[in-house]
Design a protein around this ligand. Structure first.
Ligand SMILES: C[S@@+](CC[C@H](N)C(=O)[O-])C[C@H]1O[C@@H](n2cnc3c(N)ncnc32)[C@H](O)[C@@H]1O
Length: 232
């Protein structure tokens, strides 16, 4: 479904431009400097941030971490920008961009943690390559995360979750904190996203995992990976 056209999109983007990074490739390898943070400060990304409730609350809770959120749809991103400006969060910036081009924006090993919340499931088998947990995306994530880096993943879509576990395992990520009903556990760390609220209120259990890059997490071309049956 196409997002609704927002009224006055350009002036609204302009008004919130203090938190928008216009030329992200210029910061490749030097993002922490943009925040005035020391070189060892953690740098985290959210891919597909939508309307921004999750990343704004994370920035409020984790003021020692530098946060960057991506979305490729301006009509949605503008709402996240406006939330961040209103909240006055100095450790958060946004990029209007596609997760397919992360290598252009980040140097290898530059990122500490990557959040992927309720990405589109692309349910048809022929669309599998578009899923943000397909191994081609995972190969890019492992490059920018480096050893010890973490991918935090949530979805209401159980077939996508099963597919993602297969892909992450095939790529040698170490899985931990795997939950098939996060809200039953009700952990204090959980920040509910806009999609999470909608789908959990409809009765869908929320799945979550953390995937860590290890020495065994090989870059994509380095070794042949087993094909995974498509559960979607
Ligand atoms: C289903 S929504 C989830 C939004 C939010 N994470 C949440 O949980 O409420 C998926 C979001 O990802 C964005 N998106 C999809 N593919 C993307 C890509 N390749 N790069 C950046 N953003 C993407 C969409 O525009 C949309 O805002």
């Amino acid at each position: 479904m196409r997002p609704r056209k927002r009224k006055n999109l350009d002036p609204r983007m302009e008004a919130a431009s203090a938190v928008l990074v216009g030329q992200p490739e210029q910061h490749r390898g030097a993002w922490r400097a943009l925040f005035g943070a020391p070189p060892h400060a953690p740098l985290d990304l959210e891919l597909g941030c939508g309307k921004g409730a999750f990343i704004c609350e994370l920035a409020r809770r984790e003021q020692g971490r530098c946060l960057i959120a991506f979305d490729k749809v301006p009509e949605v991103l503008v709402l996240a920008l406006e939330k961040a400006v209103e909240a006055g969060l100095s450790n958060l910036r946004f990029v209007l961009g596609d997760a397919a081009f992360l290598d252009n924006y980040f140097a290898p090993g530059e990122v500490s943690r990557l959040y992927l919340n309720f990405c589109d499931p692309w349910p048809k088998s022929r669309q599998a390559k578009r899923r943000l947990t397909h191994r081609s995306f995972l190969a890019a994530y492992m490059r920018l995360l480096g050893p010890g880096g973490e991918l935090h993943f949530k979805t209401d879509n159980r077939p996508l979750f099963d597919f993602s576990i297969g892909e992450l395992t095939a790529c040698g990520f170490a899985l931990s904190q795997v939950s098939y009903d996060l809200h039953a556990e009700n952990p204090a760390f959980n920040i509910v996203t806009e999609y999470e609220r909608t789908w959990s209120e409809k009765g869908y259990p929320i799945n979550r995992l953390v995937a860590t890059v290890t020495d065994r997490t090989a870059p994509a071309p380095a070794r042949k990976r087993a094909a995974v049956a498509d559960p979607l």
